[in-house]
Write a new protein. Structure first.
Length: 265
């Protein structure tokens, strides 16, 4: 089954610019850029997930789809879950009606896509690697890893059925905060956060990312020194946490940096 996150896909119009922004944001270096079917990509690996930056550079079918996605703006476009037994994960997705595509085999990894209509508009994949990704050391004040992703939904019960019952993620929180229903689903050592948004109609939407840092003050100082627009550090919603908002240079992704509580669940 799903063991955690493998990577998050952020679509940008200019890959070199996007990579520079995310190397600064995460305080980590990108792996060499690659190109396939008119799309250039680069990975930046943290301790528990990679950020994959993608930009169209040619005329392939994949590049055309990416350009169509970019018409809605840069941002978080896909979530790729990690699996330690992809064939078993694929069978489960078939049994629970998620209509997964056939498993695609590549050198070093295999993956499949969950039918986007069955996942209510969110592009979800599962992937198994022959060799796990290896993170390079982070800069002082750099990101240690992913804390959570945020998905907005017009139908909280539908989202709970998908991420809990069908995908098998462990629900850790279900409550109302400031009039909004929030649900947290554990995925490895990170979280899928579902936010009920009554203003949406139809599809769910990938929205934001919260990155984990060891020291919010050091992380904010590092980013501010690099010219990134950041808020002041403030107390987080969860007791014991400290957070600040990143206002630009995040590839169109609403971004929060969070220093976890020492008593983190």
């Amino acid at each position: 089954m799903i063991s955690g996150f493998d990577h998050l896909v952020v679509a940008v119009r200019d890959l070199a610019r996007g990579v520079r922004a995310y190397e600064t944001l995460l305080g980590r270096s990108a792996e060499p850029m690659r190109e396939d079917d008119g799309v250039a990509t680069a990975l930046i690996v943290t301790d528990n997930v990679a950020a994959e930056l993608m930009a169209p550079v040619g005329d392939g079918e994949t590049a055309q789809r990416l350009r169509a996605a970019l018409e809605a703006g840069e941002g978080l476009k896909s979530v790729v879950f990690a699996s330690e037994d992809l064939a078993s994960t694929h069978r489960r997705c078939e049994r629970v009606g998620l209509a997964p595509a056939a498993i695609s085999e590549r050198a070093g990894w295999s993956s499949f896509r969950i039918d986007t209509e069955r996942s209510h508009g969110v592009r979800l994949f599962a992937l198994q690697r022959a060799v796990p990704l290896s993170a390079q050391p982070a800069a002082t004040g750099g990101v240690t890893g992913l804390d959570h992703i945020v998905i907005r939904t017009p139908d909280a019960d539908r989202a709970a059925a998908l991420y809990g019952a069908r995908l098998g993620l462990d629900m850790r929180l279900d409550r109302e905060v400031r009039g909004a229903k929030l649900m947290f689903f554990r995925c490895g050592d990170a979280i899928v956060e579902i936010v009920h948004d009554a203003t949406l109609a139809g599809a769910d939407r990938l929205w934001g990312i919260s990155w984990r840092v060891a020291d919010a003050d050091a992380a904010r100082a590092r980013l501010a020194a690099a010219g990134v627009d950041v808020s002041e550090v403030r107390t987080g919603m969860k007791p014991g946490t400290r957070v600040f908002t990143v206002r630009n240079q995040s590839g169109g992704v609403p971004t929060l940096m969070i220093e976890p509580s020492r008593n983190r669940d």
